[in-house]
Design a protein around this ligand. Structure first.
Ligand code: CUA
Length: 311
């Protein structure tokens, strides 16, 4: 496996890539061996046992328990290996380490926009530190896109009506391609970007020197909290008003009016802002107005970022 990739795979630049590549090569090699065995056997038998003259009658063939067992057991074992290995990897790729650096990704026809926790924004270029897990929280302003970085072996759909996320831990500095991997209209094939992996100190310098919004997402969320009068019904100190308090909400279980429970993640909070009637909290009435259903996705992100800080 060369520095700049192989015939089969591009260069790997994240902690996930070696394991991903091993699984890929395992499947390719096993499939090739089976293919050669089946086709080779077929050619061999059709030559050796060909009919040599018109009068020749084949011997009757009897069953062979060993071959029958093997043709059930071997494929089953191979499928189970691939399933178990793949499932373990999937779980690993899906669940970001809790200390991940979080960046918001917004997709739209036909560009990528990135929001960093300190208020920095960038378009088309995602800057990340080397050797630190980065979690991307993604949503789309219009249609379905898919965020794909081949070098990191990560790909995830980016949807207009909920958040999806991926994480990676880059193992080398440099620039790596971002592709949109879901057909999203005329300029889909031009919906490209770059991940710029920098050393921790270069990254810190970049963050400090680049264009910042006037507020960080958390500050923006805090402003919205009063500006949009969320505070008329929700407190941040734990006491209930007409609506439940935001204190200690994020990441915790919420009991709903229908008796079920749900973990308050980004998607739950987003839904509760945009469609307040969808999941009403136990003990409260469904009286939150639909005023907030038209909130810009940046504002929703900011409010969630603020709510996350209310531990
Ligand atoms: Cu965005 Cu294809």
């Amino acid at each position: 496996m060369g520095e700049n990739g192989t015939f089969w795979l591009p260069e790997g630049a994240s902690t996930l890539s070696p394991e991903f590549d091993s699984l890929f090569y395992f499947v390719v090699i096993v499939s090739t061996l089976i293919f050669l065995g089946v086709v080779g056997g077929m050619l061999y038998f059709s030559f050796v046992y060909r009919r040599r003259n018109e009068a020749e009658m084949p011997e009757p063939v009897h069953d062979n328990k060993l071959i029958e067992m093997a043709s059930v057991v071997i494929p089953t074992v191979l499928s189970l290996i691939v399933f178990t290995w793949g499932f373990k990897m999937y779980v690993k790729m899906y669940v970001a380490p809790p200390d991940s650096y979080q960046v918001h990704v917004r997709a739209q026809q036909w560009s990528w926009e990135f929001d960093y926790p300190n208020g920095t924004k960038s378009i088309g270029e995602l800057h990340v530190p080397e050797g630190r897990p980065v979690r991307l929280i993604m949503n789309s302003k219009d249609v379905i896109h898919s965020f794909f970085v081949p070098a990191f072996r990560v790909k995830m759909d980016v949807l207009p009506n909920r958040y999806t996320s991926v994480w990676f831990n880059a193992t080398k500095t440099g620039e790596f391609d971002i592709f949109c991997a879901e057909y999203c209209g005329t300029a889909h094939s031009k919906m490209l970007g770059k991940v710029v992996v920098q050393s921790e100190s270069d990254f810190t310098n970049w963050l400090a020197s680049s264009q910042k919004g006037s507020q960080t997402p958390v500050e923006h969320g805090q402003t919205l909290f009063t500006q949009m009068t969320c505070n008329a019904c929700h407190t941040i100190d734990g006491s209930p008003l007409v609506g439940p308090s935001f204190k200690g909400l994020f990441g915790h279980e919420v009991k709903l009016a229908d008796g079920s429970t749900i973990t308050a993640d980004e998607n739950y909070i987003r839904e509760s802002i945009l469609q307040p009637g969808a999941k009403v909290v136990n003990g409260y009435s469904p009286i939150m107005p639909a005023t907030y259903s038209t909130m810009a996705s940046e504002d929703v992100d900011a409010l969630i970022a603020y709510i996350k800080t209310l531990k």
